[in-house]
Ligand binder design. Structure first.
Ligand code: HGY
Ligand code: MN
Ligand code: MN
Length: 417
């Protein structure tokens, strides 16, 4: 194999840069981020690229065009992970792009565009609760208020960036709008079962689902677990439990937004958190996704109304705050067609499919047209889990498709950029 075996071996090396071995957890601006970033920068340089960290801790590799004043094509994905993650989410998109450049460089081949490969430092938002930090800066939607976001230990994003050697005020210079970027194309594992079930190694993404995230605070009254009668309780956790089931019910309702609507409560915390005390304060998060912005907004509003109906009935108070909202990001039709042609040139059927997962690509539409190439996941398509897996053969095919795209796609006139 030209690419696949190396890519999986490199993914294994990066998986070792984790906060909780043998699991994979790699958060933003941590020593593990630094070690993974250094390893990726070294792979970029070895492949013939210039590579360096930017102000926000992203690693940016560049493979210059065959001419001066050329437009820019960007790719990349994220090097951070969720907790107890798999080893290919994000990482595959970085390694496959580097493998393409390594092959081009070996052949002395340059492209009619500057090719930029970005390893984003934070897409998952695990440490500071803010997601897509690096890509949003490049897409022009960075919010400086995020610099005051704190991690679980009370460190602000600003302090962590300074400690990492970044520049909290450098985000403005990362904005790629109007900077000659003519396409952003990201490769990523599917993180679902569609390609696996249909026996296909790759697929072309049609759109990236919209998302909203809520924080919900439920306030009741603590009390002695042994003496407060059941009918006299203001139990914040029992109320929150009913709200969690309301999320599931609303997202599952037929016609709520079709199968593309999903709702998840991923975190919940009860305080004071003692076995013999009725919980007084509960915080939980809600993640709502849909390919249809209207359906997602409607479902989010229905969930908030449900919380407001449950609270008084249980003698508790509830407050919900939508702290993250991103519209669905359609993939550019002509870029999709170019990727589809590259898939077909590998002798493969072309399967177009939506992405239920969010990706760095979804914040690039203000910069340029976007597209994504999916590669099959094994183990039922599981992801955000240690069992996440893919084969070297599929990594090989996906990289060959991406390389074919790079060598055949001709950017629009640079003036369009
Ligand atoms: O949540 C997502 O869809 C992505 O993994 N950050
Ligand atoms: Mn992920
Ligand atoms: Mn991802």
């Amino acid at each position: 194999m030209r690419f696949g075996t190396d890519i999986l071996r490199q993914a294994d090396i990066l998986a070792a840069f984790t906060e909780d071995p043998p699991g994979v957890t790699r958060s933003y601006l941590t020593p593990q981020h630094r070690r993974a970033g250094d390893c990726i920068a070294a792979l970029m340089r070895e492949a013939g690229m210039d590579a360096s960290y930017d102000a926000l801790g992203n690693v940016v590799g560049r493979y210059a065009a065959d001419r001066s004043g050329a437009p820019v094509v960007m790719t990349g994905s994220h090097m951070d992970s969720v907790r107890n993650a798999g080893r290919y989410d994000g990482v595959f998109g970085i390694l496959t792009a580097i493998a393409c450049v390594r092959d081009l460089h070996r052949r002395g081949r340059r492209l009619p565009f500057d090719f930029e490969v970005v390893a984003f430092g934070d897409e998952e938002g695990v440490r500071f609760g803010v997601t897509l930090i690096g890509s949003k800066a490049m897409g022009g939607s960075f919010d400086p208020a995020w610099l005051d976001a704190k991690d679980a230990g009370g460190t602000t994003l600003r302090e962590a960036l300074i400690a990492f050697g970044g520049d909290p005020d450098g985000w403005r210079a990362l904005d790629r709008r109007g900077k000659g970027v003519v396409a952003y194309v990201e490769s990523h594992i599917e993180q679902g079962p569609v390609l696996l079930d249909e026996g296909l190694p790759v697929g072309v993404v049609t759109a990236i689902a919209s998302g909203a995230r809520m924080r919900v605070e439920v306030t009741g009254l603590a009390g002695h677990a042994g003496t407060v009668p059941m009918g006299a309780r203001q139990d914040a956790l029992a109320a929150a439990a009913e709200m969690v089931l309301a999320v599931e019910r609303i997202a599952s309702a037929p016609g709520a937004g079709g199968s593309a609507l999903v709702g998840t409560v991923g975190t919940i915390e009860a305080r004071p958190g003692a076995i013999n005390v009725i919980p007084q304060d509960v915080s939980f998060t809600v993640d709502v996704r849909s390919g249809d912005d209207v359906a997602r907004r409607r479902a989010t509003a229905v969930m908030r109304d449900a919380f407001g109906a449950i609270a008084p009935r249980r003698g508790v108070k509830v407050a919900s705050d939508v702290f993250y909202e991103l519209p669905a990001a359609p993939c550019d039709a002509s870029l999709q067609d170019a990727l589809a042609a590259s898939v077909a040139r590998q002798g493969l059927p072309v399967r177009r499919l939506p992405s239920g997962a969010g990706h760095d690509a979804m914040v690039f539409p203000p910069v340029c047209p976007i597209a994504m190439l999916f590669v099959r996941c094994g183990a039922g398509g599981i992801s955000h889990h240690p069992d996440e897996t893919m084969t070297a053969a599929d990594a090989e095919v996906a990289t060959a498709v991406f390389l074919d795209f790079l060598e055949t796609w001709t950017p629009p006139n640079a003036d369009d950029a």
